[in-house]
Design a protein around this ligand. Structure first.
Ligand code: CAO
Length: 418
């Protein structure tokens, strides 16, 4: 087997829920030895949350912890802390996403970690960065989406702030942390020193809302945002409004109905009116005269009638399914895609072939579906395996650290490990 890029990198995965596990799971896919350190008893809370099969680790856990090993140990006991010290002295990376202050309370402050291992890279996720007045808060996904600008800019103008189904606060922050950790690993090759890498959920959400901060400055300079549905007839306030399904760049677009929308909530496509493709767009929707008509031929001329144009497109779509529509529109180079349901994505043959949706065998469960690596490499293909049972590797890890069988038995007896 090809040696994986991160093989030999030892990661202590002191994470839970989604933000931290998403980061360390990807490190594991790319070859790192990722050891998940969990609380005896229940372990990562996601093992138990939203279970679909009684007494079997939930999909929430298995989909975020594949390719890892598990050590279940009470790190608040003196023995547990000693085990952590041994692990940390020998590790390359430690990742955590506990509530603010939890690491310090456990005796695992950044100062202590550096003292034990100056080469250690310490990855940390928190809801807010250190400078924030809210840096003491516990944070979950939607809290971060609200704090980072995603909610105020998502949804329709006559509805409340809306969160996205995409994990902009959780997995997205994990991916930001991953980039930071890999950068720190390269830096360590040059300096020989580790460093702390921190990613906050608010910052990571805001990074993905970059174009909305662009819009805020444009709004303040010009008083309106020409690509938002509020223009030219609606009103703009002081802050970037919710723009419904409007395109975020310079090309107007909208989610438009296709055949069957009355019964199927996902019988829609996204249709983009690309400036440089206007003549062909007009032709394919059956309004070729709009190509030369000065009332339609420029983006500026179309601005005040863009919703009439989308209504016309919906008339053209009325007898076409979303797939038929895309098959026609692709020949006319219209940027578009069907609105895909999770049911459709789960069985999509191309996503299976690409390894983006993979079937994985899991102890105690059988096979389940997960999202494989969205990053494709020419030199290797990540092999997605099952997730560890709670404490599945406890004894082997302790033995590897030099503990003899009697001591390990005593750890079990005293519930330091379970
Ligand atoms: N042995 C003994 N104790 C352990 C342990 C172990 N192996 N692992 C964890 N603990 C302890 C912690 O030390 C902590 O103890 P104290 O509160 O006494 O210091 C306690 O378990 C709970 O830690 P926690 O951080 O998991 O607390 P929580 O469940 O109340 O909060 C969360 C969860 C996610 C809100 C919080 O961790 C948080 O805000 N994290 C930062 C942001 C983040 O990553 N959010 C989640 C994103 S994914 O939705």
């Amino acid at each position: 087997m090809t040696e994986l890029p991160l093989s030999g990198i030892k990661v202590i995965d002191f994470t839970g829920v989604q933000a931290g596990p998403a980061c360390t799971q990807m490190l594991a896919w790319f070859g790192a030895d990722v050891l998940k350190v969990e609380r005896p008893g229940g372990g990562d809370v996601t093992r138990n949350q939203l279970r679909d099969i009684p007494d079997v680790d939930a999909l929430y856990f298995t989909m975020l912890n594949s390719n890892k090993r598990s050590l279940a140990i009470n790190t608040k006991s003196p023995e547990g802390l000693e085990v952590m010290e041994k692990l940390i002295r020998d590790a390359d990376v430690l990742v955590e996403n506990f509530a603010p202050g939890a690491m310090d309370r456990m005796g695992l402050s950044w100062d202590k970690l550096q003292e034990w291992n100056p080469r250690l890279i310490f990855g940390s996720v928190k809801g807010f960065n250190d400078a924030s007045p809210w840096n003491d808060l516990k944070v979950y996904e939607n809290v971060a989406q609200c704090a980072g600008g995603a909610a105020s800019t998502t949804g329709f103008w006559d509805g409340p702030p809306t969160v996205s189904g995409a994990a902009l606060g959780d997995s997205n922050t994990g991916m930001h942390l991953l980039i930071g950790i890999l950068t720190a690993l390269i830096a360590r090759e040059k300096t020989g020193k580790g460093q702390k890498v921190a990613a906050s959920m608010q910052d990571s959400v805001l990074n993905l809302c970059r174009v909305k901060l662009r819009d805020q400055q444009r709004l303040e300079a010009v008083g309106h945002l020409e690509e938002y549905p509020q223009y030219p007839n609606g009103e703009f306030g002081e802050a970037v409004p919710r723009g419904g399904n409007a395109g975020g760049g310079g090309q107007p677009g909208w989610v438009v109905k296709c055949k069957g929308w009355e019964d199927d909530p996902n019988a829609y496509i996204y249709f983009t009116v690309q400036e440089q493709n206007w003549a062909r767009t007009a032709e394919v929707i059956g309004r070729p005269e709009w190509a030369e008509d000065p009332g339609y031929s420029t983006a500026l001329a179309r601005q005040d009638k863009i919703f009439d144009i989308f209504a016309e497109i919906e008339k053209w779509l009325a007898d076409k399914t979303k797939y038929e529509a895309v098959d026609i529109l692709r020949q006319w180079e219209v940027p578009c895609a069907p609105v895909m349901s999770m049911k459709e994505l789960a069985v999509d043959p191309a996503l299976r072939e690409a390894g983006t949706v993979v079937e994985v065998d899991q102890k105690g469960r059988g096979s389940f579906l997960t999202v494989g690596s969205p990053i494709k490499f020419s030199a290797f293909t990540p092999d997605i395996k099952g997730a560890p049972l709670l404490g599945e590797h406890t004894d082997e890890v302790l033995a590897g650290l030099g503990y003899d069988a009697d001591t390990i038995a005593a750890f079990h007896k005293n519930k330091i490990v379970v």
